[in-house]
Ligand binder design. Structure first.
Ligand code: FES
Length: 58
């Protein structure tokens, strides 16, 4: 069975993990020019946010 998780990176994007590998990095800072994907703009923007892991039932 495929394992899907969302990992919330400290000061960065939401990472969609499929079987332990990053399948997509989704912007949560609002500064990406490639929304919904993270383009790294959170670093220059000084985005600060906590870490969390969110299990996804599939
Ligand atoms: S979280 Fe990386 S650009 Fe928004």
């Amino acid at each position: 069975m495929t394992k899907v998780e969302i990992q919330v990176a400290e000061n960065g994007p939401n990472l969609v993990m499929v079987d332990g590998k990053v399948a997509a990095a989704l912007c949560r800072c609002g500064h990406s020019s490639k929304k919904p994907y993270c383009d790294g703009a959170h670093r220059a923007a000084g985005f600060k946010a906590d870490v969390a892991n969110i299990p996804v039932v599939s």
